[in-house]
Ligand binder design. Structure first.
Ligand SMILES: NC(=O)c1ccc[n+]([C@@H]2O[C@H](COP(=O)([O-])OP(=O)(O)OC[C@H]3O[C@@H](n4cnc5c(N)ncnc54)[C@H](OP(=O)(O)O)[C@@H]3O)[C@@H](O)[C@H]2O)c1
Length: 337
């Protein structure tokens, strides 16, 4: 009998997750009930948000229950179907879990995808998926860039950040990217078109603030924040009047029980800036529109999105931790099938 390997959350991580927080088990594949399908997961998205779902803390989604597989967006093919709209073999994507086979209530978060239109089904987890569209809607709908404005992006070499910078250039902005290490900084300017790259590693808030001031002498009009901590503190010291801050993520805090917070918030006040908490879920109804524009920019050679595809459900822990060591080189994806 083919079994279903499942990557379970065994206990809640304290700080940085360790292998013992998880367990890989094998169970029989579920049978779909009325209106349900079983999806053979081919690829799973590995996202910083999953770290938050492992905590038992109030959030925009319920915590992953202990003993459940780690929740993840996946793309795969229908394995068995008890739903008239889904046939065996159809490609689908949905909010499932890190496991070989997921039981899904079709219609819920599961939808059919047309993989004939893309180079690889993984693009539904990167450029055409929620992550690429996080960059798209966060910049265009929240920050609302105008030509000639200066945009600063933290986590700029990552999945969201690399796309934010490129869309910023498409919209005629001056772009400053912050990332960790010389290799990533080289990529920022050479591949993602950033005007200036700043390496944050080993620098104090004051040093970083000075480098940002050199890159943006008039201040930054938009901050696209993915990281938080010292990086955010340095950016806040460089806000232009009426700057817009898109608070997209705070990855530097996700493994820290002690939250750093924003220590230069007074600059939001003095610069009459706007700090906007942003979740991509607010734009789900517009994914088709955003996806079409992303596809067009990619076809025109105006936008690239790199993918970092790691192999094997048995490597889920090591793959996931790449997000926190900075080892990932693009949208982190786990190949399961
Ligand atoms: N609001 C939303 O709806 C939404 C949706 C998707 C993602 N997000 C957020 O967007 C951010 C980026 O997500 P992503 O999927 O694109 O991941 P990613 O940027 O591809 O990968 C994470 C990167 O974060 C950096 N990082 C990790 N730990 C760090 C630390 N302690 N200090 C500074 N930088 C650190 C690393 O880059 P370096 O090597 O440069 O340090 C790492 O490569 C995350 O904060 C995520 O939660 C929000």
């Amino acid at each position: 009998m083919t079994m279903n390997r499942r990557f379970l959350l065994k206990r809640r991580p304290e700080g940085t997750p360790v292998p013992e927080d998880f367990e890989l088990v094998s169970e029989p594949i579920a049978e779909p009930g009325e209106g349900e399908i079983v999806v053979r997961n081919h690829y799973a998205s590995l996202d910083p948000a999953q770290r938050g779902w492992m905590d038992d803390a109030p959030s925009y989604m319920p915590p992953i229950a202990l003993g459940d597989p780690v929740r993840a967006t996946t793309v795969g093919r229908v394995h068995t179907s008890n739903h008239p709209d889904f046939a065996v073999g159809d490609w689908v994507m949905g909010l499932n879990a890190l496991e070989d086979y997921s039981l899904a209530a079709a219609g819920g978060f599961t939808s059919a995808i047309d993989v004939s239109q893309v180079e690889s089904p993984t693009q539904f987890l990167s450029a055409m998926g929620a992550v690429g569209l996080t960059a798209y809607f966060g910049l265009l709908e929240v920050a609302k860039p105008k030509p000639g404005e200066t945009l600063i992006v933290s986590g700029a070499a990552g999945a969201v950040g690399s796309v934010v910078g490129q869309i910023g250039k498409i919209k005629g902005c001056r772009t400053v990217g912050i990332a960790g290490g010389s290799e990533k900084c080289r990529k920022l300017t050479e591949r993602y078109g950033y005007d200036v790259a700043i390496d944050y590693k080993g620098k104090t808030v004051d040093q970083l603030a000075q480098e940002i001031a050199q890159a943006a002498p008039q201040g930054v009009d938009m901050v696209f924040e993915n990281v938080g901590g010292d990086v955010l503190d340095a950016e806040l010291l460089n806000l232009a009047k009426h700057a817009r801050i898109v608070l997209c993520g705070l990855i530097s805090e996700y493994n820290s029980p002690e939250k750093h917070g924003a220590r230069n918030l007074w600059r939001v006040l003095t610069q009459e800036a706007t700090l906007h908490g942003y979740l991509i879920s607010a734009y789900v109804d517009r994914f088709a529109e955003g996806g079409a524009q992303m596809a067009q920019w990619m076809a025109q050679g105006k936008l690239v999105m790199d993918e970092d595809v790691q192999e094997g459900l048995e490597n889920a822990y090591a793959a996931f931790m790449r997000l926190f060591s900075g080892a990932n080189t693009g949208k982190l994806i786990l190949k399961i099938a």
